[in-house]
Ligand binder design. Structure first.
Ligand code: ADP
Ligand code: MG
Length: 338
């Protein structure tokens, strides 16, 4: 008896320890909604269905509100007001709109203008679904209007002015990532400790899956042969964001050449030296905008920028060669058939 007691006590302690770390009643709740012309999918890990539903509802509402502020196509958005007032007057905007524009200007500066949110006049000339390409003359007329240095930000008044008439701000290269960050903040505010927000290819993760393993994000093959998405690699992440910019999302092929929606602000034509760029960083606003920036800069300069920013990167260049940062090597597994 005397000898056995400590063993039983140990066993009870061990059992208690196991119970307290085991996933208990945690479940995974998932919901998708169309926002910003794309599908937003949110996954949360939570012990109560009511808490999960309330968090999801508030989070989708916050994203929807942001989407309304920066909708390029709606006359009622703050972004459209900024664009209408170009060359005329500063527009007072809400804190989110000011902040996303300020971040866009930051990325533009860091990338030497490879990312430029004033790319609007050039974007407007292209129609990828309709396979329409602009003339060189139209592009050369639009290019002088593309310059992020002509965005005048007044933080004190929370106002934005585009210096020249005809300028158009397009936040398509950063807004989805920003929205994913808004969602992560809203989920955390609602007491969610673990989740994954996917705004198309812009993904923010936090915490772990219920089995205490990291979230796993698939990277698509930019030159898949069939209709179905082919995954070439999986990246394991917790507390990180990842975005992929690719030349296979919106494109057409004419005379054997691929024209796609990531445009080089220097030429007004599609950037040519990458097929796909994935960036891993702490926030999705950075991964979204920098994946576009690195894509435009190309594999060498782009990789240099990613490293300088302390980001992880996977670049598939125009020849199909893979470039990868050391930090990503321990988080990524390539599929065997590629
Ligand atoms: P996706 O929208 O497929 O996720 P990106 O995040 O790379 O791709 O953003 C592409 C969008 O950003 C384009 O549709 C366009 O609206 C805008 N854009 C295109 N080229 C640039 C650029 N060089 N700088 C900033 N925005 C750009
Ligand atoms: Mg992007």
């Amino acid at each position: 008896m005397m000898k056995k007691q400590p063993v039983i006590a140990m066993a009870i302690l061990l059992l208690a320890a196991l119970l307290s770390c085991s996933p208990r009643k945690e479940s995974v709740y998932r919901k998708s909604m169309p926002i910003m012309d794309t599908i937003v999918s949110i996954t949360v890990v939570c012990e109560s269905k009511e808490q999960a539903e309330k968090a999801l509802k508030e989070t989708f509402a916050a994203m929807d509100h942001f989407a309304g502020l920066i909708n390029f196509y709606s006359d009622a958005s703050e972004l459209s007001a900024i664009n209408r007032n170009a060359g005329t007057s500063a527009t007072k905007v809400s804190p989110e709109t000011f902040d996303v524009i300020e971040q866009a200007v930051f990325v533009a500066g860091k990338s030497g203008g490879a990312f430029d949110p004033t790319i609007g006049p050039v974007v407007k000339l292209w129609d990828f679904a309709g396979r329409k390409m602009p003339s060189g003359i139209d592009v050369s007329r639009a290019l002088p209007l593309v310059n992020y240095r002509d965005i005048i930000l007044d933080r004190k008044n929370s106002s934005v002015l585009l210096r020249k008439k005809g300028m158009l701000m397009d936040l398509g290269g950063i807004a989805k990532g920003y929205a994913a960050d808004i969602a992560a903040a809203s989920l955390k505010k609602n007491g969610i400790l673990s989740g994954l927000v996917a705004v198309a290819g812009d993904i923010r993760t936090f915490g772990m899956k219920p089995d205490r393993t990291p979230w796993s994000i698939g990277i698509k093959n930019p030159r898949q042969t069939g209709e179905r998405d082919e995954i070439i690699a999986k990246v394991r992440l917790t507390q990180k964001a990842i975005s992929t910019s690719g030349d296979y999302e919106r494109y057409f092929i004419a005379d054997g050449k691929r024209y796609h929606h990531i445009l080089d602000p220097e030429t007004g034509f599609s950037a040519e030296t990458c097929r796909s760029v994935s960036i891993v960083a702490d926030t999705a606003v950075y991964t979204d905008a920098f994946s576009t920036a690195v894509f435009v800069l190309g594999p060498e300069q782009g990789m240099r920028l990613a490293k300088e920013m302390g980001f992880d990167a996977l670049i598939i260049d125009g020849h199909g060669t893979t470039h990868i940062t050391d930090g990503l090597k321990e988080k990524i597994s390539f599929e065997k058939n590629t």
